[in-house]
Design a protein around this ligand. Structure first.
Ligand code: NAD
Length: 491
């Protein structure tokens, strides 16, 4: 049993009231580690440590180039520990080790990207419209950043916040999810080896109440970077009424994958499988509404069912598994209920819809394909965060675009077509922050990531992310030989 500790002000410690919670291996259903449940007092200590680190001492006076060097060192340490970090993530979340190991290794590239950007964050000299004034801008760190992440890709979602936040000179308090917190607790051990001054990065584990609420409403927090569900986002926005901290939100989705008659069938099926059964469908960008043109529909379904039934479900640590369990029992219960409700509303079960045989321990669920008569059926409207694909057919390109945009969300969209003009038309018309054409689920530190509508606001990754963690300062310098004159007129 691993009994982890919080990481506050450069030291590992217990929660102030010694409270702890269990964390479970979804592949076995057994508790394998415990983590501290941070209290309001722990939150206050972490935020004050971050504030002190930002405003006084070594971090506050460090050059941007030096900050970049520390981020390069963090990247190297993440790369060295990627295998181990990936396995811990798999044990705690049930996500396939093949994916968590590779993703942890790739996370190092996110830190490298922001290490390189640290000393390229610069302002402008302004050609001001008045004599005897030299006016320039700087991009200042915004302040203490609260970085709140869910359980489904923690190393990655932490890097997209911590990388740009530190590059810009901020200090950070990370709050891990109460579901599968272990990878970030291991990450704290990596952070501790980097050489950041104490308080620059702090890591808390705990629940939305009190830990998340206390963090997001803390008067010394200047920015909240959140990834998670829409209901939590609403609570966070309400909490930030206290400190008026700007909030960036990376939320869920019900992303469409549009498959046109002229698409390459194999490529489109691969896209739908990757978009729905990769990570057991527990992905914010899951392409869980697959809209298929009538001419290719029946062939698409036949191939999709064949491919779905060949997926090897099993131990997420095993090299030959292609799909692991869901992260929680509650998650599987909800999916079972929505699938049953959708079938009662007229959806046709093409495959799946049940637990796999022989995997009784753990929270496994078969890859499921539901044919839906329209987009009123529940499974086409709610984010399921599981291996459930809803397929709806369409007649024309205009129908496809209208159906794709008929959602409260707007995170991602996939387009499968061999017609270049159509691809451009549809990419322009689809309301989504990320559009993948003849591919799906590709990401990069260089490419901005984020959504429209209830999928959130703000952008992570890419140069854009620096803007989320800086504020422009404008400096006016009187260059005339005369002292400032009449105080009652504006110059
Ligand atoms: P969640 O919203 O339940 O929890 C996310 C985090 O918020 C956790 O750390 C939780 O403890 C914390 N939290 C809960 N209540 C809080 C409060 N009142 N104040 C502050 N923090 C609070 O999300 P989840 O179920 O763990 O994760 C799944 C969701 O995350 C899905 O909707 C998924 O689509 C979304 N997600 C989005 C992206 C993206 O980049 N757009 C990426 C991954 C996941």
């Amino acid at each position: 049993m691993n009994d982890y500790q919080l990481y506050i002000d450069g030291e590992f410690c217990e929660a102030s009231d010694s409270g702890r919670f269990d964390t479970t291996n979804p592949a076995t259903g057994e508790v394998w580690a415990t983590a501290p449940a941070a209290t309001e007092a722990d939150v206050d200590r972490a935020v004050r440590a971050a504030h002190r680190a930002m405003t006084t001492g070594e971090w506050a006076s460090m050059t941007a180039t030096m900050r970049g060097r520390l981020l390069y060192r963090l990247a190297d340490l993440v790369a060295e520990n990627a295998h181990w970090l990936g396995e811990v993530e798999t044990t705690d979340s049930g996500k396939l080790a093949a994916e968590t190991r590779a993703q942890s290794a790739y996370v190092a590239d996110y830190y490298r990207y922001y290490a390189g950007l640290a000393d390229k964050i610069q302002g402008d000299t302004l050609p001001i419209d008045k004599p005897d004034l030299h006016v320039f801008t700087t991009r200042d760190p915004i302040g203490v950043v609260a970085a709140i992440v869910p359980w489904n890709a923690e190393m990655f979602l932490t890097a997209t916040k911590v990388g740009p936040a530190l590059a810009a000179g901020n200090a950070v308090v990370i709050k891990a999810s109460e579901i599968a917190p272990a990878p970030l607790l291991e990450f704290a051990r990596v952070l501790d080896q980097v050489g950041f001054p104490p308080g620059v990065v702090n890591l808390l584990t705990g629940f939305g109440e009190p830990c998340g609420r206390a963090l997001t409403s803390h008067p010394m927090v200047s920015k909240v970077a959140f990834t998670g569900g829409v209901d939590t986002a609403r609570q966070i926005v309400a909490s930030t009424a206290h400190n008026l901290a700007p909030v960036s939100l990376e939320l869920g989705g019900k992303s469409p994958i549009l498959v046109f008659d002229d698409a390459d069938l194999d490529g489109a099926v691969n896209g739908a499988v990757a978009g729905n059964f990769g990570a057991s469908g527990q992905s914010c960008v899951a392409g869980s509404r697959v809209l298929v043109q009538v001419g290719i529909h029946d062939r698409f379904i036949a191939e999709l069912v064949r491919r779905s039934e060949a997926i090897r479900i099993g131990d997420p640590l095993a090299d030959d598994s292609q799909m692991g369990p869901l992260a929680t029992r509650a998650q599987r219960d909800r999916i079972e209920a929505v699938v049953a409700e959708s079938i009662a509303q007229g959806a046709v079960l093409h495959t799946g819809g049940s637990r796999p045989e022989g995997l009784d321990a753990g929270w496994y669920y078969r890859p499921t394909v539901l044919g839906c008569p329209n987009q009123e059926v529940t499974c086409t409207r709610v984010e399921l965060f599981g291996p459930v694909m809803s397929v709806v057919s369409f007649e024309t390109e205009a129908d496809a675009v209208a159906m794709a945009n008929d959602t409260e969300f707007g995170l991602a969209a996939g387009i499968f077509s061999s017609d270049a003009s159509r691809v451009h038309r549809v990419a322009r018309s689809v309301r989504a922050g990320i559009v993948w054409v003849n591919t799906y689920r590709a990401i990069s530190p260089i490419a901005p990531f984020g959504g429209f509508g209830n999928s959130g606001s703000g952008r992570e990754a890419g140069v854009d992310a620096i803007g989320e963690f800086t504020r422009t300062k404008t400096v006016w310098i009187n260059t005339s030989e005369q002292p400032m004159a009449n105080p009652f007129t504006i110059r």
